[in-house]
Design a protein around this ligand. Structure first.
Ligand code: IPD
Ligand code: CA
Ligand code: CA
Length: 252
C-alpha cells in the first residue's frame, strides 16, 4: 500500500503543477446541464492524465472520476476516485481555491485520500493506515470546540432553504463560510478552521475527506443522519464524531 500511496502523492502533485502552468490558458468552457455547472478542457485533460497514469501502473484497478465516461459504484475491487479540478468555477473566475482530489478504496474500504489545494500548495494526505498530514506537518486528532465558538462551512443556497435544518444548526454557531471547493472546505474541517462542512455533492467531492477525516476523529454523514451511499448526489456533512449527536438535534 505504501507504493500506491507514494505514487498517488506524486501524480496529484504533478496534476497541480500542470494546472499552475496552464492557469492562464484560453479556456474552452462547457455547461454540464446548467450554466453554473461548468467543465473546461483542463478538467478533462487532468482526468485523462491521472486515469492513464493509474491504469498503466495498476491495470486491474478501476476509476470513478467526475469526468469519466461512466460512474461506477465503488463497493467492489480497487477503485480510485478522482475529481480532477474541484472548484472549476473558482478555477475559471478566481484562479485560486481549487483542488485536485484523489481517494483509493479496496472493496469499499477507504485506504488513503488526498486533497491538493493547488494555489496554496497544500497537500492534505493520509488516512487508512497512514497518519494525516498537511504537507509535512502531522495533523492532530480533532479537539472540537463548542458550537458557540465555531464557524461552519455552508453555502448561501443551503442556508437560504434551511436545507435539512442546516440554517437552524448554523444559527447556533458564530456563522458560516463558503469557499466554492468542497474539497478545500473539508480540509478546513481537518485543520480545525471550521467545525463542520455541509455540501450537496458527489462521491468524488467527499471520498478523500471521508477517509482523511475518519483517521482524525471526524465522521462524514448525510444531513439525514445516514451513511453516505458513495453513489449519486447527496447532502453530506463532515463533523467531529463526538459532535454529530448534538448537531443532529438541530437538523430535521
Ligand atoms: C463543486 C465544488 C462546490 C460544490 C459543488 C461541487 P466541481 O465541484 O466542490 O464547492 O458546492 O457542489 O460540484 O464541480 O467544481 O468539481
Ligand atoms: Ca468537485
Ligand atoms: Ca470537478
Amino acid at each position: 500500500m505504501e507504493d500506491k500511496y507514494q505514487f498517488a502523492q506524486k501524480i496529484v502533485l504533478e496534476a497541480g503543477e500542470f494546472l499552475r502552468q496552464h492557469l492562464h490558458d484560453d479556456l474552452e468552457i462547457e455547461e454540464k446541464g446548467h450554466f453554473t455547472d461548468l467543465v473546461t478542457q483542463l478538467d478533462k485533460t487532468v482526468q485523462e492524465c491521472l486515469t492513464k497514469s493509474i491504469l498503466e501502473r495498476y491495470p486491474k484497478d478501476r476509476i470513478l472520476g467526475e469526468e469519466s465516461p461512466e460512474h461506477l459504484p465503488l463497493g467492489q475491487g480497487n477503485v480510485w476516485v478522482i475529481d480532477p479540478i474541484d472548484g472549476t468555477t473558482n478555477f475559471i473566475v478566481q484562479k485560486a481555491d481549487f483542488a485536485v482530489l484523489l481517494a483509493y478504496f479496496e472493496n469499499g474500504v477507504g485506504k488513503f485520500g488526498l486533497i491538493y489545494d493547488v494555489i496554496a500548495d497544500k497537500l492534505y494526505h493520509g488516512g487508512g493506515d497512514f497518519p494525516v498530514y498537511e504537507n509535512e506537518q502531522l495533523l492532530p486528532p480533532v479537539e472540537p470546540k463548542s458550537l458557540k465558538e465555531s464557524l461552519i462551512g455552508l453555502n448561501a443556497g443551503l442556508y437560504a432553504q434551511n436545507y435539512d435544518g442546516l440554517a437552524d444548526f448554523a444559527d447556533q454557531t458564530l456563522g458560516t463560510r463558503s469557499i466554492g471547493s468542497a474539497g478545500i472546505s473539508f480540509a478546513h474541517v481537518l485543520t480545525g478552521r471550521l467545525l463542520a462542512q455541509a455540501s450537496y455533492v458527489y462521491p468524488w467531492d467527499y471520498a478523500a475527506a471521508s477517509i482523511l477525516g475518519e483517521k482524525l476523529g471526524y465522521t462524514l454523514v448525510t444531513t439525514k443522519g445516514e451513511q453516505p451511499a458513495f453513489y449519486g448526489r447527496e447532502c453530506v456533512m463532515l463533523a467531529p464524531t463526538e459532535k454529530i449527536r448534538e448537531i443532529k438535534g438541530y437538523l430535521q
